[in-house]
Design a protein around this ligand. Structure first.
Ligand code: HEM
Length: 176
């Protein structure tokens, strides 16, 4: 059947049978657009990258730790600004607060709110530890606690992003 008359999800299933792109079909057999799959993959890689970066600090390799965490916080800022905020404005914002009782919107809204806090926390730590632009009284004093809290929050946001992805693009999980 020509691709034009199949829905994306049907095409994924047919694509699996055709045997091409097998890894993608096996991994992401969903109705998600490619952009969402890309964001999900990037975000999981960044989440793991932050854990690797945290290990670097434990080993005393602070310079590499700083580069690793800073690059991830900045790359994530680009992904959030280019992909997530526009999606939030189109798909979620017009339905708040009326539809907040539904998991579809509640998950995305909680994710976006905590995600904003996590990204701002990352940027604040980056500015405080890696530059001298902040006045002394605005600088962090308890780095270890702050960084650990930010890492835990980041992972909570990542899991909420994953839950949003599942709720938005894996509909058969929710069908009875
Ligand atoms: C630390 C910060 C963040 C992380 C780790 C993160 C992670 C993720 C992940 C893994 C997904 C699933 C992939 C997808 O469906 O595209 C996702 C989706 C989404 N995120 Fe985030 N996110 C963060 C911040 C934000 C912020 C600040 C907003 C909005 C203000 C936001 C709004 C969304 C929306 C609306 C989606 C669904 C996008 C779509 O599929 O069209 N996220 N996020």
């Amino acid at each position: 059947m020509p691709r034009e008359i199949l829905t994306r999800h049907e095409w994924n299933a047919v694509g699996g049978l055709r045997g091409d792109n097998l890894l993608r079909e096996a991994f992401f057999e969903t109705a998600a657009p490619r952009a969402a799959d890309l964001v999900l993959t990037l975000e999981i890689a960044m989440g793991v990258g932050l854990l690797v970066g945290a290990r670097l600090a434990r080993k005393g390799r602070f310079r590499q730790h700083a580069w690793c965490q800073s690059a991830i916080v900045l790359l994530n800022l680009v992904v959030v600004v280019v992909m997530m905020i526009p999606s939030f404005r189109v798909h979620v914002l017009p339905r708040i607060p009326a539809k907040l009782g539904r998991a579809y919107y509640a998950l995305a809204t909680t994710h976006a709110a905590l995600g904003t806090v996590a990204e701002l926390a990352g940027l604040y730590i980056l500015l405080s530890a890696g530059t001298s632009v902040l006045p002394d009284k605005l600088r962090i004093t308890k780095y270890k606690t702050c960084m650990r809290t930010a890492l835990v929050l980041w992972w909570v946001v990542l899991l909420l992003g994953l839950a949003t992805y599942v709720r938005w693009y894996v509909p058969h999980l929710f069908r009875k």
